[in-house]
Design a protein around this ligand. Structure first.
Ligand SMILES: [Ca+2]
Length: 362
């Protein structure tokens, strides 16, 4: 039974030539330092040797265990393009101040000790900018190949969604690599029930490891066709799982279920129509664009709790420049520039919640 549909919107934007500008910076360390170690080995385990194939033979994408390399400490080279972290308006199509208002927050914490589950189509757990935050052995593969192991690696080139979500939440900061997540020291696990879309797998993922996961990010949902949609497989099953999460998660304080609220705004859809996102216990997330306006596709709804930045499209007949999407991690040590939709807004909220939980676990 198909359940899920990733809620990103793809768009193209020009390469970003960013002038020098103030940045949100990691604290405590300056300059460049090198230390030796291998987070990839930590995630894959000592039995995996460099060069070993770790992806299923049936997959189009081939993953090999990389050779251990020095860890680099230093500024993230793509940080200046991440307008959602700090937006001074210098990038075309942005308005100063339309960001997550993180400047200064990282001095007090960057998500340490908070664990976020990315429930999606996959997670490149050995990506160079994610691997340091991935919890060894704690992810779960629901995919059709090697099902049940702890490597939810995307199987096809187009399965980029979950890895982009993971990067927005917790790409590692100040490692001289890529970019930074909103909570760049939070821990990540990946569950990929969208690889099959089976309702039973989704339900299992949302209650997996409740003793250790604090936040479950869900950048997916049902179709945006403007009609009421029953929860899958049933509203009773959905309510039962959320009740379990609220009862057992975070030692009784309740797991945080963050959901993308839907991209059917231009089709007259309402987030309320999707009963799963309208159920008590979910945090429904809408999207604003880089000018601080409602993203054209973001669905209205009385169930919405909070909006976060994302990409947008020029409205028909308008001459305004296209609003920027969010840079994030791609597959196999690549990076994307245009992650968009409420799919991108939700992980920004998950990252902010991670910062909040670190500051106030109660
Ligand atoms: Ca980084």
């Amino acid at each position: 039974m198909r359940v899920a549909r990733a809620k990103n919107r793809t768009r193209h934007r020009r390469p970003c030539t960013t002038p020098s500008r103030p940045t949100v910076t990691a604290t405590g360390t300056t300059g460049w330092h090198r230390t030796w170690g291998s987070p990839t080995t930590r995630v894959l385990g000592s039995k995996v040797q460099p060069g070993d194939t770790i992806s299923p033979a049936e997959c189009a994408l081939l993953y090999k265990a990389p050779t251990p390399s020095p860890l680099i400490l230093g500024k993230d080279p793509l940080l200046a393009t991440q307008w959602h972290l700090y937006n001074d308006g210098s990038l075309p199509g942005t308005k100063a101040g339309e960001d997550l208002h993180l400047n200064g927050i990282w001095r007090r914490g960057r998500g340490e000790g908070v664990r976020v589950a990315v429930v999606d189509d996959g997670l490149d757990v050995i990506h160079e900018d994610l691997v340091e935050n991935v919890v060894p052995g704690a992810s779960h593969n629901y995919g059709p190949y090697n099902r049940g192991n702890d490597l939810p690696l995307p199987c096809r080139a187009g399965q980029t969604h979950g890895t982009a979500v993971g990067g927005l939440i917790a790409a590692r900061d100040f490692n001289g690599t890529g970019l930074s997540g909103v909570a760049p020291r939070a821990s990540l696990v990946g569950y990929n029930p969208l690889a099959t879309g089976a309702a039973a797998d989704v339900l299992d993922a949302l209650t997996r490891d409740l003793k250790h996961n604090h936040i479950y990010n869900n950048s997916w949902g049902q179709s945006n066709w403007g009609h009421f949609q029953h929860a899958n497989p049933s509203i009773s099953a959905w309510q039962a799982l959320l009740a379990q999460g609220l009862r057992e998660g975070r030692n009784g304080r309740g797991a945080i279920y963050v959901f993308a609220a839907g991209n059917g705004g231009t089709f007259g859809d309402f987030s309320n129509y999707e009963s799963g996102v309208s159920t008590m216990g979910t945090v429904g997330v809408c999207a604003t664009n880089s000018l601080g306006k409602r993203a054209s596709y973001s669905e209205p709804g009385s169930n919405l709790l909070v909006c976060a930045p994302s990409g947008d499209f020029p409205q028909q007949g308008q001459q305004t420049p296209a609003q920027l999407g969010a840079p994030s991690t791609g597959l196999q040590n690549t990076y994307s520039t245009d992650f968009s939709g409420t799919s991108a807004a939700a992980p920004m909220v998950s990252g902010v919640v991670a910062l909040m939980l670190q500051a106030n676990p109660a």
